[in-house]
Design a protein around this ligand. Structure first.
Ligand code: ACO
Length: 272
């Protein structure tokens, strides 16, 4: 059935994605291993569709890649004449003048929707990264709340080296996690960060041996699910807002959130 935005159910595979849902855990897998899980505009639209249609039961979203590479980033064919088969080439539209600034803003905003939903307070998103996470792949990992890396993981913000800026919502989490100076150094040199350095910089919560990655992700999901859903959502919301608030504002936000929690717990107790 056709969905808003022109995305039809069953098209995920063609867009290079796979989704499996098991009760409270959804796993989104980048599934073009023959292209090292390179992503196209269609992949990002498909990701947005996954976010929009996620079953309400889902509390944890795991984002991973099939094979030895998390993602080689944007499909480089998007920059070549003709673009990616079956997709309109944004580069061609810029070159022939048919995409003005407003249109570029609209299209990129649509792509960004594929990344932005991973921060929603009602879920916790976890990137499970083995091998390379380059460009858009690194930004996808940064869009997740938490990152577990295999010890062979390599992260690289390659966009500036290709004459671009990172525009898939990755710059804010990068700055928030490592600070503006380190973020600048990583982006403007487009150098590769190893798993060990990523851990040191706060880009990963955990680094494990490659063979232990899936088990480590399952353990984290189980630990996250052990906390009551509503308390987890309210706490995530509180933590996400903290950097933009003063201490007093954050204290007020804590009071408001706690009042809501106390009321909910009292109502629950009254129901027996
Ligand atoms: N877009 C399109 N095709 C790709 C991409 C990509 N981003 N990455 C890999 N492929 C293709 C290769 O062309 C190759 O195709 P072929 O089998 O037809 O020759 C196949 O996938 C396998 O790639 P290899 O390079 O052989 O794989 P390897 O494991 O040696 O290296 C790596 C993996 C490091 C990811 C390498 O492929 C690479 O550097 N890719 C390009 C990364 C890049 O510059 N991405 C853009 C970042 S900027 C952004 O995302 C906005």
């Amino acid at each position: 059935m056709a969905e808003a935005g022109g995305f039809a159910d069953g098209d995920l595979e063609a867009a290079g994605l796979r989704l499996s849902v098991s009760d409270e855990v959804a796993t989104v897998t980048l599934a073009r291993p023959e292209r090292r899980n390179a992503m196209t505009g269609r992949t990002w639209e498909a990701l947005a569709h996954v976010g929009q249609t996620l079953p309400e039961s889902v509390r944890i979203v795991i984002v991973t890649g099939e094979g030895s590479t998390f993602s080689s980033g944007i499909d480089l064919n998007m920059f070549r004449p003709g673009g990616v088969e079956g997709e309109t080439s944004l580069m061609d539209r810029v070159a022939d003048g048919s995409a003005d600034d407003a249109e570029l803003d609209r299209v990129i905003a649509r792509y960004q929707e594929g990344f932005a939903w991973l921060r929603r307070p009602d879920i916790v998103s976890v990137a499970a990264v083995r091998g390379h996470a380059i460009g858009a792949g690194f930004q996808l990992a940064l869009s997740c709340d938490l990152r577990i890396l295999a010890d062979d993981a390599q992260l690289c913000m390659k966009e500036p080296a290709l004459g671009l800026v990172p525009d898939l919502t990755g710059t804010k989490p990068l700055v928030d996690l490592v600070g503006p100076s380190r973020a600048m150094e990583l982006c403007l040199t487009a150098r590769t960060v190893s798993a060990a350095e990523a851990r040191e910089l706060g880009l990963a919560e955990l680094v494990v041996e490659e063979a232990q990655l899936d088990g480590a992700v399952d353990d984290l999901a189980a630990a996250l699910l052990a906390v009551p859903r509503e308390a987890a959502s309210a706490t995530k919301d509180l933590l996400q807002g903290a950097p933009a608030r003063t201490l007093q504002e954050q204290a007020a936000a804590e009071r408001r959130a706690q009042a809501g929690r106390l009321r909910a717990l009292a109502a629950q107790a009254a129901r027996g």
